[in-house]
Design a protein around this ligand. Structure first.
Ligand code: PLP
Length: 453
């Protein structure tokens, strides 16, 4: 057998080697947090690994597991409380390996009907939770940033067509995710910065902002957030929906982190008005317990997205021809062509565990955020900066500066107790917990606060 032939030949030893690693990782009750690594040291460790003749797979995997993996923080550890953590279910992780093995080209019905019908079942379930109409549909893309960009491109083009103006503006608040601002920059759309009421975009705050607006470029859309990343704030979706309708604006809702709150009776009311969204995005790789990378994008009228995103190339004609009326290829509603069927692991997991389990798991984090707020009331050295809305808690250690929070971060990580990075709130450095893993406990929170004394 030639070296080239060997690459596609079944190798039982290699297979067992890698599958055993997968099994061991999935078996972990709690993934170790692990440590940050140093770039130059790591580069030295893997020097020469890409060579003409290759290496023994045992050696290569060993290098990965003993050196590289130890410098990759486990976002799925219940002790990872920074940024937005991950907490993929065991079923979704395992099925992710199946999706990888099967080389599914998820761009079209022609190539992947069986995958798409399952992914669409998940999208329909989310659309129903959001109260979106029967017409709603979309696809899964790599992340909230890609989803926001894809949706706002449609918002821009629809706005241009409605107003006849090439220059258009889209409204957003200072609390909107950075990817919204970046998307507008890429799209050459001018942002219209909204005032807020206590950091919430409300009907009144939008009306106030409009009354003061002196710009002449037409505003064609508004992007609001259902669960800001830093603080978990949900904008007044119902109020904004009303104004969007009055002004014939595109109504975009970014629920990348907070969208899973739809599942929880504890906070469901906050999402009222979402049913009017022209586009809604949410990240299953965040609070819906799916593996990276997976973001859902839903349009009220997917046909508008098809007009904007369909790629024309003669070799692709066969994908577009013969599609039943009203059906579209996932590749045609976002900025991508080839796509991993990244919604499938989520579908498998939902089908296995049932939606009640998801609801309960989301509730756990919301309840923990509330319990943490109560705990803080009993502590002399810690203050609550803001009442938690979803599952993020922002707090302050009285008298602390950035260096103190950084020292805490290092100390907690060195002792593998937790990963807690500081954030900022109105210019002040603050402590922040993002709860997402159902295995995170109040005892861990107490332990962290002990280290703040
Ligand atoms: C995380 C997040 C994003 C970006 O999502 P990625 O998946 O990281 O690209 C956008 N908006 C909000 C509100 C988020 O929390």
């Amino acid at each position: 057998m030639t070296k080239a032939e060997r690459m596609h030949d079944f190798d039982p030893k290699l297979t067992d080697l890698v599958l055993t690693y997968v099994r061991d990782r999935v078996l972990l009750e709690e993934a170790p947090l692990d440590f940050p690594g140093v770039k130059v040291d790591l580069e030295k460790e893997i020097e020469g690994m890409i060579s003409a003749n290759g290496h023994d797979p045992v050696k290569v995997l060993d290098l990965y597991s003993e050196t590289l993996a130890k410098t990759i923080l486990s976002t799925d550890s219940p002790r990872f409380l920074s940024f937005i953590p991950a907490a993929p279910t065991k079923a979704s992780l395992l099925f992710d390996t199946v999706v990888g093995c099967a080389s599914i080209q998820g761009m079209s019905w022609l190539e992947a009907a069986g995958a798409l019908v399952a992914e669409n079942q998940v999208l329909r379930w989310i659309a129903d939770l959001a109260g979106m109409p029967a017409s709603a549909g979309g696809t899964f893309v790599s992340g909230g940033s890609a989803a926001n960009l894809s949706a706002l491109t449609v918002a821009r083009d629809v706005g241009r067509a409605r107003t006849g103006s090439k220059d258009v503006r889209i409204a957003l608040s200072h609390q909107a995710h950075s990817s919204i601002g970046n998307s507008l920059h890429i799209l050459s759309v001018e942002p219209f910065l909204l005032e807020t009421d206590d950091d919430v975009v409300t009907e009144a705050s939008v009306r106030r902002s409009l009354a003061k607006d002196t710009g002449s470029t037409p505003i064609v859309g508004i992007a609001v957030t259902a669960g800001t990343t830093n603080a978990g704030i949900v904008d007044d979706l119902a109020g904004v929906a009303k104004i969007a309708k009055e002004n014939n604006w595109w109504f975009h809702v970014d629920g990348a982190y907070g969208g899973a709150g739809l599942l929880s009776p504890l906070v469901r009311d906050l999402f009222n008005g979402l049913e009017h969204a022209d586009s809604f995005i949410t990240d299953p790789h965040k609070w819906w317990f799916a593996p990276f990378d997976c973001a859902a994008i839903l349009y009220k009228d997917p046909a508008l997205a098809v007009k904007v995103h369909t790629q024309d190339a003669s070799y692709l004609d066969v994908l577009h021809d013969g599609l039943p009326i009203g059906q579209f290829n996932p590749t045609d509603v976002a900025y991508h062509l080839t796509r991993r069927a990244r919604g499938l692991p989520f579908w498998f997991s939902l089908a296995v565990y049932g939606t009640d389990a998801y609801r309960d798991a989301v509730n756990v984090s919301i309840e923990l955020a509330r319990e943490t707020a109560k705990l803080i009331e009993t502590l002399d050295h810690i203050e609550l900066v803001k009442d938690p809305v979803l599952s993020v808690v922002i707090w302050r250690r009285i008298g602390w500066q950035l260096e103190d929070y950084e020292r805490l971060q290092t100390q907690l990580l060195n002792s593998q107790i937790a990963f807690v990075t500081p954030s900022k709130w109105k210019g002040e450095t603050v402590g922040r917990f993002a709860f997402l893993h159902p295995g995170t406990t109040l005892d861990l929170v107490k332990e962290i606060f002990e280290h703040c004394k």
